[in-house]
Design a protein around this ligand. Structure first.
Ligand code: ISL
Length: 568
């Protein structure tokens, strides 16, 4: 990172749209591209620089569009290619860039490439996917890997008697990136989208595209008949080579205006630093998962309380590890994660606003590019799931079927689904307090959260102290302040159980030197500032989340109180 000439995305905030749940323009109950077009003014008003669009490509929708059957067309449920062109043009008119989701670890099993590949062992596209013979022994699967969505990661295909690999659902066969034709086809498709005007890609599970040729069985997964093969498919031996090749073939010469972010479950700080080292020309930034793994055991369904000291240790390590080389992305929420205010905050009526604004302040103050997930800007919360029939997500439904088939108590499985299901992120955006929250005039594909009556965009738009207004202010601050963009990060109070505090310092060797102090009370326990951080007592307030409240005491960090202060 050249601090004198930083890339534009060091000052940017990205907003993720999950189109299925954003806004429905045609009353079929499913959000669509024209729905997004109709809400662009909301995004412009929020001030975001980039919209990342979750997949709208043609898809059987087995995994809500992460199973793509045509990379160059839009699924009818979302609209048409012409609608998408119009969305890109209208976003650009407002100065908003558009990033597409790139899902190329796997395709749909209905993609013509796979249809051909499965047709015979001698088909020219056979080697575009991972085909293997059954093996003798207890498990005929070529490896005993478990799929991310429960059950084995291999499916037997009756036509040829061989198994194909699917790390995700059986309708998401993994592409074989060892084959140069596969890579060339992906590159060509990516150039086609850039030529259409898109401004970059969020790359789905991109650290899984290089598999270790051994395909070795991993260690057993407790409670499962399958094993963890992740050592064979996470960050395989050719990943750097594939990413550098993609950069050369797709981005070279046009990368200055683009943004690339690789989703990388299990990525380490060291790996992320390599991948985002600008000299290597691979990716601008990655999504890491460490901080969203701190509140559960090995399985995401095994909830544990989050310890704030663990969060500090983790995020602090990422800040330090990417301080000189590389760049962080910053997020709490996305379409796979439960809602942050319910998970890390307190979504009871008393503290919901304050904890949502506190968490936002904590996140946006870090060095990196913040990502806001739709609805996060108004403090949307997890839903109340009465029954397993309320869920729609393949991961949740497969887990329920699998666990109950293995004899687990259905009530307990359901109790684990409620706080952790990806569907918490997928309830429709709450635009207003009317029926179906203004999301659709039809029957929504997944139930609207009943709390939309009180928590919605319309109610917050004109309120200067709303969660929405606070996000607006945080985004404006990032745009305006070089310390927020580039200042060095230093963690304070690493052992404090409730207060998350850090400084950001910009050394410009002159009048622009500045140190900001971000101090956030991630609890309802009040703390006198003088005991915590004496230097904060007389510091100038840049942005607070509770300073307008009648009970606010500048000398005491109240419940979920979050402040950005200027030390010098
Ligand atoms: O969602 C998860 C845990 O609940 C992750 O394991 C998730 O499956 C993983 O991060 C990969 O996610 C991405 O690829 C999946 C897709 O289902 C997710 O929506 C996507 O974000 C397969 O394409």
């Amino acid at each position: 990172m050249d601090p004198l000439n930083p890339p534009w995305w060091t000052a940017a905030v990205v907003y993720q749209v999950y189109p299925r749940s954003f806004a429905d323009s045609d009353g079929d109950g499913v959000g669509d591209i024209n729905g997004v077009r109709g809400k662009l003014d909301h995004l412009a008003d929020l001030g975001v620089d980039v919209v990342w669009l979750s997949p709208v490509y043609r898809s059987p929708q087995d995994d809500n569009g992460y199973d793509i059957s045509d990379y160059r067309d839009v699924d009818p449920v979302f609209g048409t290619l012409a609608d998408l062109d119009a969305l890109i043009a209208e976003a650009h008119d407002r100065g908003i860039k558009v990033v597409m989701d790139l899902v190329v670890n796997h395709t749909s099993d209905e993609h013509p490439w796979f249809v051909e590949s499965r047709s015979s062992t001698t088909n020219p596209k056979r080697d575009w996917y991972w085909w293997r013979d059954p093996r003798p022994g207890e498990h005929p699967q070529p490896t005993s890997w478990q799929s991310f969505f429960s059950g084995p990661a291999w499916e037997l295909d009756a036509t040829t008697g061989q198994y194909y690999l699917h790390l995700f659902s059986r309708k998401q066969p993994d592409l074989n990136w060892e084959n140069p034709e596969v890579r060339a086809a992906v590159h060509e498709m990516m150039r086609w989208w850039l030529d259409r005007g898109v401004d970059g890609f969020r790359m789905d599970v991109i650290n899984m595209i290089s598999k270790h040729p051994d395909l070795a069985d991993g260690p057993p997964i407790p409670g499962s008949p399958w094993t963890d093969g992740s050592a064979s498919y996470l960050f395989g031996p050719r990943l750097h080579e594939f990413l550098a090749e993609m950069h050369r073939e797709v981005f070279a010469g046009r990368d200055a205006d683009l943004i690339t972010v690789g989703e990388m479950p299990g990525v380490t700080v060291e790996q992320a630093r390599e991948v985002t080292d600008p000299r290597r020309r691979e990716l601008d930034m990655v999504f890491q998962f460490e901080h969203v793994g701190l509140d559960h055991g090995d399985s995401k369904w095994d909830a544990r309380p989050l310890r704030l000291t663990d969060l500090k240790a983790s995020l602090g390590r990422w800040q330090a590890g990417l301080a000189d080389v590389g760049w962080n992305s910053l997020y709490w929420d996305n379409h796979d994660q439960p809602r942050a205010v319910s998970r890390f905050g307190d979504d009871s009526p008393r503290y919901r606003r304050d904890s949502a604004t506190c968490l936002a302040t904590l996140l946006h103050g870090h060095r990196g590019t913040p990502y806001v997930y739709q609805g996060e800007e108004i403090g949307m919360a997890n839903s109340r799931w009465a029954d397993v029939r309320d869920f729609r997500d393949i991961e949740s439904l497969n887990h329920y079927a699998d666990a109950t088939a293995r004899g687990e108590d259905p009530e307990q499985v359901l109790a684990a689904l409620r706080p952790a299901s990806r569907d918490n992120a997928r309830t429709p955006v709450q635009w207003d307090g009317t029926e179906h929250a203004g999301f659709t005039t039809g029957e929504p594909w997944i139930a609207v959260n009943p709390d939309h009556v009180d928590w919605n965009v319309a109610a917050q738009r004109e309120d200067p102290h709303s969660v929405l207004a606070h996000h607006r202010a945080l985004i404006a601050l990032r745009h305006a302040n070089r310390t927020v963009q580039l200042g060095a990060f230093a963690m304070l109070l690493p052992d404090h159980e409730d207060v998350y505090a850090y400084t950001r310092t910009l050394h410009e060797d002159g009048p622009d030197d500045e140190t900001l102090l971000v101090v956030c009370n991630v609890s309802a326990n009040p703390y006198p500032l003088a005991d915590l951080l004496p230097e904060a007592v007389s510091a100038e307030l840049v942005l607070g989340n509770r300073d307008h409240l009648p009970d606010h005491d500048p000398a005491v960090l109240g419940p979920w109180d979050a402040r950005i202060l200027r030390l010098r």
